[in-house]
Design a protein around this ligand. Structure first.
Ligand SMILES: [Zn+2]
Length: 67
């Protein structure tokens, strides 16, 4: 019974962290870092930096990538 509860707890934690990694990213434009045709965005939550060509912030969190 304890093992089952442990599995459920781990599963819930994985869900929480996976959602947090993609949903809570708050991208903010950094005009000073703009390249030619690319906008620089920095995530205020995890500190990731991304460049987009569409002028819109990225939809995904880049935490853990390119560090
Ligand atoms: Zn982020």
């Amino acid at each position: 019974m304890i093992i089952i509860a442990g599995f459920i707890l781990a599963f819930v934690l994985i869900l929480i962290f996976s959602n947090r990694s993609t949903r809570d990213c708050r991208w903010r434009a950094e005009r000073s870092g703009d390249r030619d045709g690319q906008r620089k965005y920095r995530c205020a939550t995890c500190g990731a930096v991304a460049f987009t060509e569409t002028g819109k912030p990225p939809r995904v969190c880049l935490a853990g990538e390119g560090r």
